[in-house]
Design a protein around this ligand. Structure first.
Ligand SMILES: C[S@@+](CC[C@H](N)C(=O)[O-])C[C@H]1O[C@@H](n2cnc3c(N)ncnc32)[C@H](O)[C@@H]1O
Length: 355
């Protein structure tokens, strides 16, 4: 069905950018991958995320939020964007209610999630936190004091794709005999401008992504934040790594049933499509927006600095220890995943997770 919808759009207006194709695959209101009623994470799903691996992840984020609370007096708002089924919210709220009741009392949790089915799951999962959580629309938020938080949001935003082939070319999606195919064309203006701004191109013959939606999201987040922090947890690297021969075909991958593949076109809407976040671009944009960059670290270092292994020494803690290891392991979630912390209107604070 989605295939026909996209085919019609191309038939009417000609080839579309990959970003437009990806937007329809993931966020078409009815058939988009992320708009589906069933959660796609966990054992029976397509991929794992840190909050589905262990509650320890959310507990460590909660510790970091508690420390941030020192710099923001009065009500502290946590705005989680793209919370999916609500595991992270549950773990953060559960931990703070039990361990930091004073901070918990002045906390309010605002969950922004585009998929109405996920919102329904969150409402159910979080009903024990009645009165603490609400579900506003992103556009409604302004003057946030506290922390805007996202885990694996930016990697799921649409990307443009380019190839360096005697100059910079953009990859477009065309239609022939009812099937999609890729074609190279002159880059759209915003893509050309992006690479000029970044000051780096992929090596000749290589492909790369341009995450313009992620930059737009950051700008909106910076505008909505009046005082406090932005925490972005996601997988990605710096530009020099991404735009190198290490990634000759870029980082875009399709996920289904815990397997990855690169056939992006045969069944649109049924695969998760994700690309690594370019943290150089995010940091540069943050600086332009007047945000302070408090630090970029790996998930492994962040969780260890916050004490993920504390209290896990005993005999009965083997399962938790293994889960914690999975979250911090180099070569997996521990180092491909990064934690970027930005701030606005606060002094240059030293956060425990960035130590
Ligand atoms: C890869 S999932 C991550 C879910 C969750 N954070 C986790 O770690 O398990 C991305 C989530 O972001 C949501 N999402 C995507 N774009 C969004 C946006 N602009 N605003 C709010 N939520 C969004 C999707 O519906 C999906 O639930």
């Amino acid at each position: 069905m989605l295939k026909e919808i996209i085919a019609q759009e191309i038939s009417r207006g000609g080839p579309i950018t990959f970003a437009r194709y990806m937007e329809l695959c993931l966020y078409h209101p009815r058939y988009g991958y992320y708009m589906a009623p069933q959660p796609r994470r966990g054992k029976g799903g397509d991929y794992y995320t840190s909050p589905t691996v262990s509650p320890l992840f959310g507990q460590m984020v909660a510790r970091q939020l508690f420390q941030m609370g020192r710099w923001i007096g009065g009500e502290f708002q946590v705005v989680e964007v793209g919370g999916g089924e609500g595991y992270l919210a549950e773990d953060i709220l559960g931990y703070l209610r039990e361990r930091e009741p004073g901070f918990y009392r002045r906390l309010i949790y605002l969950s922004v999630e585009v998929n109405p089915f996920m919102v329904a799951l969150q409402r159910d999962r979080l009903k024990g936190f009645e009165g603490k959580v609400s579900w506003p629309r992103w556009e409604e938020l302004e003057g946030i004091r506290g922390c805007i938080l996202s885990n694996e949001l930016l990697d799921s935003l649409p990307v443009h794709r380019v190839r360096a082939e005697r100059g910079l070319k953009e990859i477009y999606v065309g239609l022939k005999d009812g099937e999609f195919f890729e074609l190279l064309g002159e880059p759209s203006e915003e893509v050309e401008e992006y690479f000029r701004w970044l000051g780096l191109l992929p090596p000749e013959g290589c492909e790369a992504e341009a995450g313009l939606s992620a930059l737009r999201w950051l700008k909106e987040a910076a505008e909505r934040l009046s005082e406090g922090f932005i925490v972005i947890i996601d997988y990605g690297h710096r530009a020099e790594t991404l735009l190198s021969e290490l990634y000759p075909r870029g980082t875009l991958l399709a996920y289904r049933g815990h397997r990855t593949h690169t056939d992006f076109y045969s069944e649109p809407g049924l695969d998760d499509l994700t690309a690594h976040v370019n943290f150089t671009a995010i940091i540069r944009k943050a600086e332009e927006l007047g945000l302070r960059v408090l630090g970029l670290t790996t998930q492994g270092r962040f969780l260890q600095a916050l004490g993920i292994f504390e209290g896990l020494e005993g005999e009965g803690k083997l399962r938790e220890r293994l889960q914690a290891k999975r979250l911090i392991l180099p070569g997996g979630m521990g180092d491909t995943f990064k934690v970027l912390v930005l701030s606005k209107g606060t002094e240059a604070v030293e956060l425990q997770g960035l130590r």
